[in-house]
Write a protein that binds this ligand. Structure first.
Ligand SMILES: C[S@@+](CC[C@H](N)C(=O)[O-])C[C@H]1O[C@@H](n2cnc3c(N)ncnc32)[C@H](O)[C@@H]1O
Length: 368
């Protein structure tokens, strides 16, 4: 990232932070160099060995590909796919100048086939809501895929980084950690990240933007316009507030648990605003909304607006999370099947996602 080194100094390039490297004017970033902390965690989960053939998705700057290449030498081979051709060219030049043997290929990694043989490892540096079948087919039996997954359909925030191992006709998770990445996009998106339906309330005073509330969720598009207006009005009212004790808020799995909530008659919404980030449920008529927010101090609290129905639905889920032992991420498992819907057993959630089904479960920590 020579431009960033010149502008902000070399130390900032090596600081533990993500660096945006491509942001179209007025749009959301379309490329960045990931935060080194999560890069290291993902590389560790990938269990790279000399001789491994590795597919990276999202070459970006080429930094991560250089690290992968170092770890699989001697004898290894790295192919890195990048959607944006000019970034691919730049990464390729930087990698050869640094002496790293990486094939940088331009393409949409969701569909392409790269290299003749199967790969020992696949690492994705952009987030997906399902595992593309092409990745599964290009992975050798018992090979590993490490990828960020958007487990909540409503918005970009509830992501987990999952290490999967290929087992028979599916994948089973062998590790789940925190982490979030920009979306994997399709070649047809014109490079833009598609913004999910949003209802938001904000004001700009003296050039400063205050985002009071920002609800995001595909369910919002299915509500009648009058119901969405009522929801917007509700956001301007004073909510009922109560604290939610969580065990170690920083590691609380309450929010990703709620992202999988049984919504009953409501719709699931993600929230991001000055008050914090969270998950919640709105009733379809827009007369009730209840949210669990993790504030900047990382404490969780519940905010309820309007009629009680939404808070009753959310309370049921919080009670379930407690009853299931507040499972820590180490207790979570996510399995992927491609050919047929797996049977849903008690306590598991089966998510149908395009080309695959994902089964989310957690072991019972209450008994530990
Ligand atoms: C977080 S950046 C990657 C960081 C990179 N590994 C590095 O070390 O700098 C995500 C990258 O994924 C690319 N990308 C997004 N959708 C893609 C797709 N369908 N196929 C290939 N690359 C894609 C983006 O253009 C972006 O450069």
């Amino acid at each position: 990232m020579p431009e960033i080194a010149v502008r902000d100094g070399l130390a900032s390039v090596y600081a533990n932070q993500a660096l945006v490297t491509r942001a179209p004017q007025g749009g959301r970033p379309t490329s960045s160099s990931s935060q080194p902390g999560i890069m290291a965690e993902m590389l560790e989960r990938l269990e790279l060995r000399p001789g491994h053939r590795v597919l990276e998705i999202g070459a970006g700057t080429g930094y991560n590909a250089a690290l992968v290449s170092t770890l699989v030498m001697p004898g290894g081979r790295v192919t890195s796919v990048e959607l944006q051709w000019d970034l691919a060219e730049k990464a390729s030049r930087a990698l050869s100048a640094g002496g790293f043997a990486v094939d940088v290929v331009v393409g949409d990694a969701q569909h392409g086939r790269y290299g003749g043989d199967q790969f020992d490892r696949i690492i994705a540096t952009a987030s997906v809501d399902h595992i593309p079948r092409a990745w599964f087919e290009q992975l050798r039996p018992e090979g590993l895929i490490v990828t960020p997954i958007r487990i909540a359909a409503p918005g970009p925030w509830q992501q987990l980084v999952v290490a999967f191992q290929k087992a028979g006709q599916g994948l089973r998770s062998v590790g789940v950690v925190w982490g979030g990445f920009m979306y994997l996009r399709s070649a047809g998106d014109g490079g833009a990240e598609v913004q999910p339906p949003t209802v938001s309330v904000s004001e700009v005073i003296d050039g400063r933007h205050h985002m009071f509330a920002n609800l995001v969720g595909h369910g919002l598009a299915r509500m009648r316009p009058a119901a969405r207006r009522r929801l917007t009005e509700l956001l301007l009212t004073r909510p009922r507030t109560r604290p939610i004790p969580t065990s170690g808020p920083a590691n609380s799995t309450l929010l990703p648990f709620l992202a999988l909530a049984n919504q009953g008659a409501g719709v699931l919404v993600a929230h991001a605003g000055d008050a914090g980030r969270g998950m919640g449920i709105a009733t379809r008529d827009g007369r009730g909304l209840s949210l669990v927010l993790a504030g900047k101090d990382r404490r969780c609290r519940m905010l309820s607006f309007g009629e009680e129905e939404a808070s009753a639905l959310l309370n049921d889920e919080i009670t379930r999370w407690r009853a299931e032992g507040r499972p820590s991420l180490a207790d979570w498992s996510i399995d992927v099947s491609f050919d047929r819907r797996p049977p849903s057993r008690q306590g598991e959630r089966v998510l149908e996602r395009g080309q695959c089904w994902m089964t989310v479960a957690w072991s019972d920590t209450a008994s530990k």
